[in-house]
Design a protein around this ligand. Structure first.
Ligand code: IPD
Ligand code: CA
Length: 260
């Protein structure tokens, strides 16, 4: 793929995400008609998830017919040029009227995370990154915190019912014992974006899916974060652990989270 073809993808998808953001915000403003259902324990679904993913799939198919698409709601197949979509990440927040949710689109070229676009429309925030070209928040360059001391670090630890809670509690306990402030905000994607702009110092989760992190990995790594090789093995289809941190804290956090 030529550099021009990549740039075209980044610009075109920024436009799509802006439209998708309006669609999602319309739903967010009408909480009574979100049609909330549960896919499982603590696994939320609203009509907005399907509508936003459907919109993005339809437009991507027209714009880039030879690319494939994988989405949280509709699945899909990987290829050398694949878009990985989370229509609403932080659905449990979205369904409760909490603004910490986003739309996430990542693009992998030959399995390498290459473009990441994340819109958090209720917060009026747009993160954009392309491999080798840096990361921005609302057009301004962003960078990780540079923190070096766990005793003043803020680490987000993601949680889901996919992992036995004992394993989560072990990591949580080790994190507190090392002096970290540990938090959880309900959007893995924004968790990575917040490492990218220094609002937190690290994000870890023992299992997360590709759509939760495909865009955020590009954004955080372009902002200077160190990240494990999330797409190793079956990462695209089955997910993997993620550890994303300002670089100096990585060795200690690997020990704490048990993620290499
Ligand atoms: C979830 C969120 C959550 C993370 C979970 C994800 P959803 O995605 O990103 O923060 O801890 O692993 O499944 O359900 O809000 O799209
Ligand atoms: Ca998600």
């Amino acid at each position: 793929m030529t550099p021009a073809e990549l740039e075209l993808r980044r610009y075109a998808v920024q436009g799509l995400v802006a439209e998708a953001a309006h669609l999602a915000l319309d739903y967010f403003g009408k909480q009574e008609s979100l049609g909330v259902t549960m896919k499982g324990a603590q696994d939320w679904l609203t009509v907005a998830d399907g509508a936003v993913e459907g919109f993005l799939r339809q437009r991507l198919a027209v714009l880039f017919p030879s690319d494939t698409v994988i989405g949280e709601e509709g699945g899909g197949a990987t290829s050398d040029t694949v878009w990985i979509i989370d229509p609403i990440d932080g659905t449990s927040n979205f369904a409760r009227g909490d603004r910490n949710w986003c739309i996430s689109i990542g693009f992998l070229l030959n399995r390498v995370p290459t473009i990441g676009i994340v819109a958090a429309p209720a917060l009026d925030e747009l993160y954009v990154a392309q491999r080798g070209k840096g990361a921005t928040l609302n057009g301004q360059p962003i960078a990780v915190s540079g923190a070096e001391d766990l005793k003043r670090a803020c680490v987000e630890l993601g949680w889901s019912t996919r992992i036995p809670f004992e394993r989560y509690l072990t990591v949580l306990q080790r994190g507190y014992a090392a002096g970290c402030s540990v938090k959880r905000s309900g959007s893995g994607t924004l968790g990575l974006c917040h490492v990218a702009n220094g609002r937190t110092d690290a994000y870890a989760e023992l299992h997360i899916n590709a759509w939760d992190v495909a865009a955020g990995i590009v954004i955080a790594s372009e902002a200077g974060a160190s990240i494990n090789d999330f797409f190793a093995g079956d990462g695209i289809s089955k997910g993997n652990p993620i550890l994303c941190s300002t670089p100096a804290l990585i060795p200690q956090l690997r020990e704490i989270a048990g993620i290499s």
